[in-house]
Design a protein around this ligand. Structure first.
Ligand code: MN
Length: 287
């Protein structure tokens, strides 16, 4: 699939996301990005063959072996997406706030391409939050016309499993320690950097959102300066998982359209129960 779909979905004069460039290295890194888009979800990405193979997980990964988390495969992402954190402006594909929730390395447990072909990918993760053995199991869609993009992410029992795992207790960036809310309201985010560069070049009429963002960022900056203290970062704060960020602008028609057709952002409505599974053995406990 390479990166054509990634490129087709984005306008790189409008989004601070990295350009579609194939990687060369044979590293095996992984990243999980917490993404507050049309719906909150977590993007799980494994580096292989010069790209990040990507799955959108509505409920996020879990260390509880009893959880079988729906993971919708989405388009491959460039490896430079690995440390992307910030705001994708409204009107763009996947508009919303992105946090680097976990990073680390991964190791396939078997022949990687054979496991992918069979839809039964077993691997080990060594991240800051996620550790141990996992499996991604491809589900066979029962529904005609289904894209066949549904997988399940399951934690295996090992020294790292955590029954009752609650992902909402881990709302901080492994890069910057910021919560999702802090990233959404922080002038240090990628959108801010991108806006500053763009405003230095001059704002064209095509980039109307930039003027709006800059005005907003300025207002936020003034507000932040007026505020004497901000919340402590990096703690397991009791702050509720935010499904909406500080960004309150109404998405444009284009955004609404892309959200409606984007598998990356419409993952919340489906459940594993709507599909049968290729590997029945994995479903013995509960679907
Ligand atoms: Mn996403």
């Amino acid at each position: 699939m390479a990166l054509e779909e990634y490129k087709r979905k984005r306008d790189f004069s409008q989004t601070p996301e990295p350009p579609p460039k194939l990687g060369k290295g044979k590293q095996r890194r992984f990243v999980v990005q917490k993404h507050s888009a049309t719906r909150l979800h977590y993007d799980f990405r494994l580096e292989m063959d010069g790209v990040l193979k990507s799955w959108a997980i509505p409920k996020g990964p879990s260390l509880d072996p009893a959880d079988k988390r729906l993971a919708m495969q989405v388009e491959d992402h460039p490896v430079s997406y690995f440390d992307f954190e910030g705001i994708i402006p409204s009107g763009n594909y996947g508009a919303g706030t992105v946090m680097v929730w976990d990073v680390g390395t991964w190791e396939p447990q078997g022949d990687l391409h054979e496991m992918l072909r069979k839809g039964d990918l077993k691997f080990h993760l060594d991240g800051q939050k996620l550790k141990g053995d996992f499996a991604l199991i491809h589900m066979k869609a029962r529904r005609p016309g289904s894209k066949g993009t549904e997988w399940l992410l399951i934690k295996h029992r090992d020294a790292y499993d955590q029954p009752g795992y609650d992902i909402d207790k881990y709302d901080w960036s492994v890069l910057t320690k910021r919560s999702l809310k802090q990233i959404a309201g922080d002038e240090g985010s990628a959108e801010w950097e991108s806006s500053r560069k763009a405003s230095a070049r001059g704002v064209s009429s095509k980039n109307d959102w930039l003027a709006e963002s800059i005005a907003k960022a300025d207002a936020k900056k003034a507000k932040a300066t007026a505020k004497t203290s901000r919340g402590k970062t990096g703690s397991e704060s009791a702050q509720p998982a935010s499904r909406r960020t500080a960004r309150t602008t109404v998405p444009s028609a284009r955004a609404a359209k892309s959200a409606a057709s984007a598998p990356d952002d419409k993952t919340g409505g489906r459940t594993p129960a709507s599909s049968s599974i290729k590997k029945k053995s994995a479903l013995k406990k509960r679907a």
